[in-house]
Write a protein that binds this ligand. Sequence first.
Ligand code: ZN
Length: 58
Amino acid sequence: MKDQTASAQKECPSCAMKISSGTKTCPICQYEFPEGHSFIIIITVILLLLVFLYSLTF
Ligand SMILES: [Zn+2]
């Protein structure tokens, strides 16, 4: 028998604990999952590039 709840869980890479997939921070070791953070980094890089290009044009 397969546990249906297993699909809704993910393993923490820091402490190897099985935690809820919706959780962004591990409740055991406070490890922060990179989901969402990468998106903010991409936006920041694009904005910095735009400011850099803008300063070059003038
Ligand atoms: Zn953890």
